[in-house]
Design a binder for this molecule. Structure first.
Ligand SMILES: *[C@@H]1O[C@H](CO)[C@@H](O)[C@H](O)[C@H]1NC(C)=O
Length: 194
């Protein structure tokens, strides 16, 4: 009798959890499919999927939300890369040229943060300029941020930079450049198909 009661109880629990989960699952699938298709058009679909699939239920099938999320992720990742690279500048035994390269890179990242912040704000704002002008400004700022990453990498290409330092910075910046270029692709897509 007790066993039967437990079974019934379990069945009820299962039922209610299924009832809650089903609509959520359906929504997530729409979002996941949309993100998969969108990521397929970018230069790094793998990184794109890992980065954005967690936002599927918020993004659903909205090109605008996808672009906005990509800008926000780019901004946040630039900030954290900057923190990592500032920490590196405090390592022991760095040569003056390495310190200079790090300092220049941190300056570039600071510019990137400003540009991506403006892009995020513009994406969130509704009024004032026309849609076309807003999108074009956003694209300009995001492209500028992408150039900053290039400039940072250039400073680490010389032979006088320690190999480990080069690898660490490179890993951060290459990932960041990919994310920013994905954000640019999503903004451009939204601008063309609002
Ligand atoms: C970026 O960071 C801000 C502040 O920490 C946070 O509110 C926001 O959700 C983050 N963006 C994304 C897309 O995770």
């Amino acid at each position: 009798m007790a066993a039967l009661l437990i079974l019934i109880h379990l069945a009820t629990l299962l039922n209610s959890s299924l009832a809650v989960r089903k609509p959520l699952g359906t929504q997530t699938n729409i979002g996941t499919e949309f993100i998969r298709t969108s990521c397929g058009t970018t230069t790094d679909p793998g990184l794109c999927m890992t980065t954005f699939s967690g936002y599927a239920s918020e993004i659903q099938a909205s090109p605008k939300l996808l672009a906005r999320t990509a800008l926000s992720v780019s901004l946040n990742t630039t900030r954290s890369a900057s923190t990592v690279i500032v920490k590196l500048s405090k390592s022991h035994g760095l040569k003056p040229k390495e310190i200079a390269a790090i300092r220049d890179c941190v300056e570039e990242l600071k510019d990137s943060v400003d540009e991506l912040k403006r892009a995020c704000d513009e994406m969130g704002s509704g009024g004032g300029k026309s849609f076309e002008l807003r999108m074009s400004d956003i694209q300009t700022w995001v492209s500028a941020a992408l150039t900053d990453e290039d400039t940072c990498m250039d400073g680490f290409s010389g032979k006088y930079i320690n190999g480990n330092l080069k690898t660490t910075v490179r890993r951060q910046i290459v990932k960041l450049a990919h994310l920013i270029s994905i954000a640019l692709a999503f903004v451009s897509h939204y601008a063309a198909h609002p």
